[in-house]
Ligand binder design. Structure first.
Ligand SMILES: Nc1ncnc2c1ncn2[C@@H]1O[C@H](COP(=O)(O)OP(=O)(O)OP(=O)(O)O)[C@@H](O)[C@H]1O
Length: 190
């Protein structure tokens, strides 16, 4: 079976500085794959290139058989992303944030309510949908971000340090949510 992510000889330079040097790896469909490395190793750079947010310097990167450099729109349709820094609108409610994402991703209007219900239920935040994001704890905000990233039913979910800044207990729960996505085959490709 073709890997869901294929990276061959990926290199990224910022000017003369080589941040990622000739990296190759494959990720199998249905797996959880983690990059481990010290600060500055190039993890975010690689994720940002895979998410079509940054151009590569050399190499080839495919997601679901689509070229990350030349088929950006097709790649964006099949990925969900939770960025390192929080990107929710604090002044809006949880469901308003999720609604906005549905608009950006052109989720059919008649499916929006049902999808928001599904993803919030998944992260145990159904009863918080009408609360302002500013009233949520750090762990809850992360869970909203995971829920939001799943709204357009991606095949691949990118998480850039999803537990940064959380206490150990909340961190463990976060990983429970993430392994649940895998076990319950939530992502579209399973
Ligand atoms: N826009 C940029 N311009 C110049 N150098 C950059 C830029 N972004 C990142 N770098 C450098 O590239 C290297 C890789 O950074 P990157 O953020 O990808 O690492 P990381 O492994 O994700 O680190 P962290 O764990 O701190 O998030 C670092 O040395 C960083 O300083």
């Amino acid at each position: 079976m073709q890997p869901i992510i294929e990276v061959k000889n990926y290199t990224k330079k910022y000017g003369d500085f080589t941040a990622v040097d000739n990296v190759s790896f494959d990720v199998e469909e249905g797996s959880i794959f983690a990059f481990l490395g010290p600060n500055g190793a190039g993890k975010s750079t690689t994720i940002n290139t895979l998410c079509t947010m940054m151009e590569k310097t050399a190499g080839t990167l495919w997601i679901d058989g689509k070229d990350v450099s030349t088929e950006k729109d097709a790649v964006r349709e099949v990925i969900g992303v939770v960025f390192q820094s929080q990107t929710l609108d604090e002044k809006m409610t949880v469901s308003e944030n999720l609604n906005m994402h549905c608009v950006f991703y052109k989720v059919p209007k008649h499916e929006v309510k049902q999808r928001i219900h599904f993803v919030l239920n998944l992260v145990d935040l159904l009863h918080w949908q009408n609360k302002r994001v500013s009233s949520l704890s750090g762990g809850m905000k992360r869970r909203v971000e995971i829920a939001r990233a799943l709204l357009h039913y991606p095949k691949v979910l990118f998480l850039d340090e999803p537990t940064t800044g959380l206490d150990p207990q909340t961190r463990n729960r976060m990983w429970e949510y993430i392994t649940r996505l895998q076990k319950e085959k939530i992502l579209r490709s399973f």
